[in-house]
Design a protein around this ligand. Sequence first.
Ligand SMILES: NC(=O)c1ccc[n+]([C@@H]2O[C@H](COP(=O)([O-])OP(=O)(O)OC[C@H]3O[C@@H](n4cnc5c(N)ncnc54)[C@H](OP(=O)(O)O)[C@@H]3O)[C@@H](O)[C@H]2O)c1
Length: 304
Amino acid sequence: MKLAMVGLGRMGMNMARRLIQTGHEVVAYNRTGEKIDEIVKEGAIGAYALADLTEILAPPRTVWLMLPAGRPVDEHLDQLNGFLSPGDIVLDGGNTHFKDDVRRQAFLSVNGIHFMDVGVSGGIWGLKEGYCLMIGGDPEIYKYLEPVFKSLAPEDGYLYCGQTGAGHFVKMVHNAIEYGMMQAYAEGFDILDKSRYGASLDYSSLCHLWNRGSVIRSWLLELAESAFGKDPGLSAIKGYVEDSGEGRWTVEQAMETGVPAYVTALSLFARFRSREQDSFADRVLAALRSEFGGHTVLPAEEKS
Ligand SMILES: NC(=O)c1ccc[n+]([C@@H]2O[C@H](COP(=O)([O-])OP(=O)(O)OC[C@H]3O[C@@H](n4cnc5c(N)ncnc54)[C@H](OP(=O)(O)O)[C@@H]3O)[C@@H](O)[C@H]2O)c1
């Protein structure tokens, strides 16, 4: 098929490459032109303005957005809504909130433009391994685009999940599970590291071992093996962990529907915690213990 990839970041660029390598014609657009030049050298057709997509693609046009969630997606959709024709298709493959999908589908449908939401997992490894795709929207459009999904995914690596928002909803829960799994591994290694056995353990070898037939084997452990292999004590990086929204949205969803999602909530809060040192909450705790029990408090460190 011939389709456009809009957003040539870590994800969109490699997805464009995988599509080219599997025989699709990719029209590439990005805010910064150098990335377009780069993918044109690998066989893409460059579109240096979003409006050019209408000329380069023939109806029904397919435009895949791979942008940061939120305003960039709305800005692009506002523009595309002005250029595209009834019957054209826009897919959002970023980590978008499913409620935004419902709003955007309603917005585009006024002009007869189809909207599909696609949760994409696979990160920078997707080019080689394929991307796991969780797809929501009109089932007929899903069928029409199946050759594209098939090329991006590994074998059996894509699924129609339901009407608009279902793909991103499933991806949101996927990421919440990822938070919990990562937290469990992190705590396990912390317990090992603070034990009498920590000093004699080679964590890279341990990850390798745990991936040989153990119950907790996983791709995350392969990645941990690689990280410990490069830096056994992870001493070159700071223990500061970002979140990109899905954990928060999943906790909100769990609250809305009364689901006791302990692991997701605590894993999310652990990330917040990673960003604080000598927090106000900890100083309140220390002060209270001192007030009621005369317990020792340490003096504040001098601020440089
Ligand atoms: N990285 C992952 O492992 C991963 C996995 C699954 C899903 N996702 C999701 O996929 C989407 C893309 O992620 P990514 O990792 O590829 O991001 P990225 O490397 O930061 O790339 C973002 C792309 O969007 C463009 N962009 C950023 N802000 C823009 C704006 N305001 N207006 C126009 N273009 C803008 C950038 O253009 P410039 O080149 O001009 O900056 C760049 O091409 C996100 O929604 C992310 O959450 C990421």
